[in-house]
Design a protein around this ligand. Structure first.
Ligand code: PLP
Length: 426
């Protein structure tokens, strides 16, 4: 008998008893490789000594002090490490407890920027279909995950509208070149700005690499520069959600480093703290902060646990480990091996439609028929069955159903810890 509202109300999952490196062990002693770090969270695996020691030291010194009165040394050091050198013009960080809270903060600081910049008429956001930005109401309204939105649609804000994602596997037309497809997507965004009135749009929101909703869908070269050009033409901001794809997951610390653009606001979470503590945040461009600083002088937002000292100490230690152990190099090397292994072992499988990703962030899209790309009947719950079979055989992976929009296939994400070895990948 359980008293927890589990994800499946009819059946409680096994109890996770311990974790070490890439391995998780349940209470019955069954061991599995944590092949997706939950949902691309556990970037250092489990029990990393540097992170555990840093957390213990912080707990011994100070667990909590309210941010209305104090700042914490660990939060200051984390911000300094992330934006002290102003990557892409991002100069300030704001720390919260999850990706959804990060997305809410991004939306709110963007709206406040519009007000403080003397453009209070900007009240609209444009995001993308088949995207996921979190489960709180603002983030859910921004997202385009039909399955998660459906029950709450009547209470979601209508400040958000959606355009197509960049999804060549299904959405590129026959014979369409990369640049023609990108130009078509940019024209669609431009048309949406025009429909809303370009002067009314606060920001365009996108995941740099689409995570759970499409399965590691990377943008074509030129896509983000084209989208950013539309935003700049109309004085709107670009919000990049790197909750899943950021903090090293794709082989560079930030996903946008591979896209030739910089965001005005970047949302981070999972790989920030690697699951050692709940932490998310936003990295904000200097010009956004300047508008607020010169204007009201406050960010009219806040949480009891923002910039939590222990969460920030954990995240700081995670980021130090990524830097000091040169883990981004390992992400690239192991990612290439993972890609090669997936293509060799699954590339010709009758039910594998596409294998895509970057760094240590890979998805396999499952289809009923390769030629027609027809999806499986959602009632078959293929993704869940793959998850359970893999779990029995010793691999935890992250599946998602094509039921999200009934259009794209079930997929399974593999996002192993950055510390994994050649033997682990094999
Ligand atoms: N944004 C993206 C891209 C995500 O993948 C997620 C979670 O999967 C979120 C936001 C929400 O993060 P959280 O579950 O920590 O609230």
């Amino acid at each position: 008998m359980t008293h927890i509202v589990h994800r499946n109300l009819r059946e409680a999952p096994p109890i996770a008893a311990s974790g070490r490196g890439i391995w998780l062990t349940d209470a019955s002693g069954h061991e599995v490789i944590d092949g997706s770090g939950g949902a691309a969270v556990a970037c250092l695996g489990h029990g990393h000594p540097h992170v555990v020691a840093a957390m213990k030291a912080q707990i011994d010194r100070l667990c909590y002090a309210h941010t209305a009165l104090f700042t914490a040394e660990s939060a200051e050091r984390l911000a300094d490490m992330l934006v002290g050198h102003a990557p892409g013009g991002l100069t300030h960080a704001y720390f919260v407890s999850s990706g959804s809270e990060g997305m809410e903060a991004a939306l709110k600081i963007a709206r406040q920027w519009a007000i403080e910049a003397g453009q209070a008429q900007r009240t609209k956001f444009i995001a993308r279909r088949q995207s996921y930005h979190g489960n709180t109401l603002g983030a859910l309204a921004a997202g385009g995950n039909a399955m998660r939105r459906a029950p709450y649609a009547p209470i979601l804000s209508d400040a958000f509208s959606h355009v197509s994602p960049c999804y060549p596997y299904r959405d590129r037309r026959d014979g369409e070149s990369d640049s023609d497809y990108v130009a078509r997507l940019a024209a669609e965004l431009e048309a949406e700005f025009q429909r809303l009135g370009p002067q009314n749009v606060i920001a365009f929101c996108a995941e740099t690499v689409v995570g759970a909703t499409l399965g590691c869908a990377t943008a074509l070269p030129g896509y983000f520069p084209a989208m950013k050009a539309v935003c700049e033409r109309h004085g709107a901001l670009l919000i990049l959600d790197e909750v899943m794809s950021g903090m090293g997951r794709t082989g560079t610390l930030h996903g946008w480093e591979q896209e030739g653009i910089t965001p005005d606001i970047q949302v981070i979470a999972k790989g920030l703290g690697g699951g050692y503590q709940p932490i998310g945040g936003i990295l904000v461009h200097g010009r956004v902060i300047e508008a607020l600083t010169k204007g009201s002088g406050t960010f009219k937002h806040g949480h009891t646990y923002q910039a939590h000292p222990v969460a920030c100490a954990a995240a700081l230690a995670v980021q130090e480990a990524i830097r000091d152990e040169n883990l981004l190099d390992n992400v690239k090397a192991m990612g290439a091996l993972l890609e090669q292994g997936l293509v060799e072992r699954l590339g010709n499988h009758a039910h594998v439609g596409d294998i895509r990703g970057r760094g240590l962030f890979w998805a396999v899209e499952l289809v009923k028929d390769r030629a027609s790309k027809a999806v499986f009947d959602p009632a078959l719950a293929v993704n869940e069955r793959v998850k359970m079979e893999a779990f029995k055989r010793g691999l935890a992976c992250y599946p998602m159903g094509g039921t999200i929009d009934g259009k794209h296939g079930d997929h399974v994400i593999l996002a192993p810890p950055y510390v994994c070895t050649e033997a682990d990948i094999a």
